[in-house]
Design a protein around this ligand. Structure first.
Ligand SMILES: [Zn+2]
Length: 279
């Protein structure tokens, strides 16, 4: 008899018994045979076969490996998307307070219909004052798409300029911006207004448009400033964006400001209670 030691082996376990008719080992758990007789090089050999227990164990192992691999790939996509920015990586719909229900619904709708928007190269332009949750929602979209198996990247033009200035491989930097299914450009129009910067902004946006790959862009500009740009350079960029991005006005109170006010009130309340205890 061949001594099967490979991983398909189905060794005898307590409770197994030998079928008196066939002389083959039977599983004490599932009742299926654990052995089979085959013809090998002109000789009868008894070889192990997988009973239901082993088949189920193998399936479970395969599933757990697939789960591990999917988690690993997701972690990798997340690193490619957010880099070291753990704060932005934590912006997900799970922590959305839905204070602006309409906006929350709209960005969720974008994620839901991303397959279509991706084919059309259509993105979003979130316009509005600082602290209203534009970056939060842009990152929620990126995170949800990462979970759905897409690639995304969140960056801004100050960061892109740094990368371009710090390498000889400019094409590599541009390719990395062109590759992901979604590119989030945070805080457009906050970058320095120089010929160098304006050229980068135009190149990146123009390349994504030409490749018909969607962008989600946030900007502190008002809708009015977007539709009536104050410089020729901005006009050139914005006219490209009008073709490919759905503009959404983000209004509402400044969340950061509100958080600060709440913390200050908490602090004052604590100071006051200490004062009382001291008396
Ligand atoms: Zn079994």
């Amino acid at each position: 008899m061949i001594n099967w030691t490979n991983r398909l082996g189905n060794p005898q376990r307590p409770g197994d018994h030998t079928d008196p008719e066939t002389g083959l080992l039977v599983c004490g758990v599932c009742g299926e045979v654990k052995q089979s007789r085959i013809e090998l090089l002109g000789r009868q050999e008894v070889v192990p076969v997988a009973c239901r227990c082993v088949r189920e164990e193998n399936a479970a192992r395969k599933e757990s490996l697939a789960r591990e691999e999917a988690a690993y790939r997701l972690a990798q996509r997340r690193t490619n998307c957010f880099g070291e920015d753990d704060k932005k990586a934590g912006f997900t719909f799970a922590v959305d307070d839905r204070r602006d229900v309409q906006l929350s619904d709209r960005v969720r709708g974008y994620v839901q219909h991303f397959a279509e928007f991706r084919r059309e190269g259509r993105g979003l332009l979130l316009l509005g004052p600082t602290g209203t949750g534009k970056t939060f929602y842009a990152c929620c979209i990126a995170n949800a798409l990462l979970e759905a198996g897409y690639s995304a990247r969140v960056t801004n033009f100050a960061q892109i300029a740094n990368e371009l200035q710090g390498t000889f491989d400019k094409q590599g930097v541009h390719n990395a911006l062109l590759r992901p299914d979604l590119l989030v450009l945070d805080d457009l129009a906050a970058e320095r207004d120089t010929a160098f910067m304006n050229e980068i902004v135009f190149q990146v946006i123009d390349a994504r448009c030409a490749a018909q790959k969607p962008m989600v862009i946030t900007s502190n500009l008002s809708a009015q400033a977007f539709f009536k740009p104050d410089t020729i350079e901005r006009g050139r960029v914005f006219s490209r964006l009008k073709e490919v991005c759905i503009p959404l006005s983000v209004t509402g109170t400044d969340r950061r400001e509100e958080q600060l006010r709440r913390r200050m009130a908490d602090d004052l309340a604590r100071l006051h209670s200490n004062d009382m205890e001291a008396k």
